[in-house]
Design a protein around this ligand. Structure first.
Ligand code: NAD
Length: 385
């Protein structure tokens, strides 16, 4: 493997073969396999390397039991190949759970391109990336993600049919994600107060970018009293002027007395420092990886806080993109109707968490994985017939 991958000193020769008695006659697995084992078995991991077109890409297909693996293509200046591998494995596994819990006939996968999205993008690079996706013959379907945009997907489309989320079809996912988060907040309200009505409830939103702004609009229309923050003052101004919401400085958002705290900025908002400050009995927002560590989900449960697991409540975007891949083709109306059902998904997760006395993030994982297991069992039974 590449030099970026860590090898335990002294156990391997320059070609990557094991040394010493332990290695005699035995091909020991290398760190790349150890990474895969640690982050969960994957069906397939492809390393695509095209030096003339400067492509270094990893495509991870975690599980295709439910259908072709759908997951975005991230472009990031990873410091090491190991870091890129870990990221793509973690993200592709997460896509299996996300696609499963939303009832999509899609498995989980993801790809990463090692490079700086600000300086390293060329049409050649994305053509080479498209060719790598094409070689998988539809086992993996890509889309935009952090560091890539709809324009990059159009370039990839020149080399492969297996691209979703193009501007002329499902378009911007953010309004769909925001609708899903809004419905998820209503589900949390239903579970806690016996009514999904948000009239008069106070909601604090961290980050009023693409999703946070649309979410604030839904909440204001539902009669909620909304306080927002953002690290970009122009984003705050837009929300205050167009929606009439209140605002606070970025760090003060954790101390706002409210019924719902909604993280819609970056990951890790729920951590050791912020949990004691957040007074809301509900945490429900769009951001990915909201829990700094899984144990923070355990702490929320112990404190009696309802936490809507991120990949359940923020699935509106992927539900919308997946609509492109249905036999009927894309319909915004059908996509919206499916996103509305996030209400039921979030309630189902909260109910299982209560019944089994487990944190909501674990309940979500159980529901998502059970669907994969059921599909595997059905496939096995079918193949025996
Ligand atoms: P965005 O970049 O448009 O908005 C994020 C906003 O958060 C920006 O305005 C940014 O200035 C602000 N921000 C960053 N750090 C902050 C901080 N410390 N305090 C306050 N504000 C801060 O991104 P988005 O598309 O709205 O996505 C928001 C989150 O939801 C991300 O975590 C994203 O991964 C996740 N998500 C988005 C979608 C989607 O459809 N866009 C789908 C699923 C998940």
């Amino acid at each position: 493997m590449g030099r970026g991958l860590h090898r335990p000193a002294g156990r391997w020769d320059a070609q990557g073969w094991p040394q010493g008695a332990a290695g005699k006659g035995v091909m020991r697995s290398m760190t790349v396999f150890e990474s895969i084992a640690r982050l969960g078995p994957h069906e397939q991991v492809v390393f695509a390397h095209d030096p003339p077109r400067r492509l270094r890409m990893i495509i991870a297909v975690h599980d295709t039991t439910l259908g072709p693996a759908l997951g975005g293509c991230r472009m990031w200046p990873y410091r090491t190949e190991e870091e890129a591998l870990e990221d793509v494995l973690r993200l592709s596994r997460a896509m299996t759970y996300k696609n499963s819990i939303h009832g999509l006939r899609l498995g989980g996968g993801k790809s990463v391109i090692i490079g700086d999205p600000r300086t390293d993008k060329t049409s050649d690079l994305f053509e080479a990336a498209g060719e790598a996706v094409e070689r998988l013959q539809g086992r993996y379907i890509t889309a935009e993600d952090v560091g890539t945009n709809a324009q990059d997907m159009v370039m990839m489309r020149n080399a492969t049919a297996y691209v979703a989320g193009l501007p002329q079809t499902s378009g911007d996912p953010s309004p769909f994600t925001a609708l899903g988060v809004f419905r998820g907040i209503q589900a949390c309200a239903q579970a806690l107060w016996g009514s999904s009505d948000l009239d008069g409830r106070r909601v604090a939103i961290q980050g009023v970018g693409s999703v946070g702004f649309h979410l604030a609009r839904h909440l204001v229309q539902a009669g909620a009293r909304v306080t927002v923050t953002d690290i970009r003052p122009e984003k705050i101004l837009r929300a205050v002027e167009q929606l009439g919401v209140d605002s606070v400085e970025p760090d003060a958002i954790f101390d706002v007395p409210c019924d719902v705290f909604s993280p819609c900025a970056l990951g890790g908002a729920i951590n050791d420092d912020t949990i004691p400050r957040i007074k809301a009995p509900i945490i429900a927002g769009a951001a990915n990886n909201q829990l700094a560590e899984p144990r923070h989900g355990d702490i929320l449960q112990q404190r009696g806080v309802i936490y809507a697991p991120d990949y359940v409540i923020n699935g509106g975007g992927v539900i919308n993109v997946a609509e492109e891949l249905t036999p009927e083709g894309y319909s915004a109306e059908r996509a919206r109707a499916k996103v509305e059902r996030i209400f039921d998904r979030v309630l189902e997760v909260i109910e299982l968490s209560r019944r089994r006395n487990i944190p909501t993030y674990r309940a979500a994982d159980e529901i998502a994985w059970q669907r994969v297991q059921d599909a595997r069992a059905a496939l096995k039974a079918h193949s025996r017939r």
